[in-house]
Write a protein that binds this ligand. Sequence first.
Ligand code: DOR
Length: 434
Amino acid sequence: MWWIKNAQVVDPAQGLSGSYDVLIGEGKVLQLKKGLTEAEVKGECGEAEWQEIDAAGNYLFPGLIDVHTHLREPGREDKEDIASGSRAAVRGGFTTILAMPNTTPILDQKALVEYVVNQGKKVGLAKIHPIAAITKGQAGKELVEMVELAAAGAAGFSDDGRGVQQGEMMRLALEYAKLTSCPVISHCEDESLAHKGVMHRGIVSTRLGLRGIPSSSESVMVARDILLAEESGGKLHLAHISAKESVALIREGKKRGVDVTAEVNPHHLLFTDEAVARTPYGTSYKVNPPLRTEEDRQALLEGLLDGTLDMLATDHAPHTWEEKTNPFDEAPFGISGLETALAAVWQELVTTGILPVELLIKAWSMNPAQRFQLPGGTLKVGAPADLILFDPEHTELIDTEYLASKGKNTPFLGQRLQGFPSKVWVEGRLVHEI
Ligand code: DOR
């Protein structure tokens, strides 16, 4: 049992923002109020012992929920495994993560979904929910057994890493997923338009002589999938939105009442394609969808602030050092994000007054919990004790030794970041502290 005193609690699900005492035990939040007394704590704890923390100057947030991670297990444990990814998650403040199915083999069968669920439990750090593929082998030809996979523990369906190219297949997916409570997650990319590009198509790609990926390769799919969700009444979630045109389409779709949510990744909010030009061979900035222009970045921020973009998500995509030191053209897409995402957003967007802390927690905890119907996302009495004590002043030098993730492919390597979780609990168990 833990008695956390004088913490700056931010819990948008209850509209709370202020100094409170919180008591956690038996895996749950037992009390949350101002000026909790010892008699009240004794009343809750009975014979059990408790530990006290004076949390003045620190925030207490519901544990963050990341709906977009790649843990690579099974099959590519050289990039990441469920143990290293779980450790990275809790160090970064994530108590629940959703793991994408583009593993080897692809998560398209019950036994594989169960494997990820069981490995996650065995490691026992962050709570891990697999996302199952939409189509067998992510080949875009045949739907998976959605009902069976949802029953096995899948929290959603996605062919992430590849877009579903055929409209009819996506329409079917949205229809069939209605038999479950899971959203269909679209990796919005029209491959004929993306045309094997390696960065955003614009002035910078022309200057560098690198093949470009136009914004339309994303926004055409965003438009298609919103229309299909509207027609089918299915539940659609759009992954890693990067282009201003996409934000406008989502805003309009929501106005019409389409059941669509969308996520944005920190790197698209913080960087533009200029970062690729500034850092020759800077493959740590090579990501899909690519970093786009300042205008896109501003549209994404506006979309996050007005609720068009519902969630933040890392798209944690660890790769080996060998792969990422290939020439820009050949290196794989992806940024390792779990351990730096919160600090980077804190430092660049919250302390600068751009993103209110309440919205940060809404977008990274409450909204993901609600959309994917996961326990957590709040510190209401009775909720699971998934929470983070956050030290806004703590700094860390991000180097290869610091990162618990096997993926060292982050643009923050060699930089000092500010704002880290100092204690992290999952169901009342302390799983990380600094
Ligand atoms: O940059 C990316 N990396 N984007 C994706 O969609 C897939 C991911 C990966 O699996 O590495």
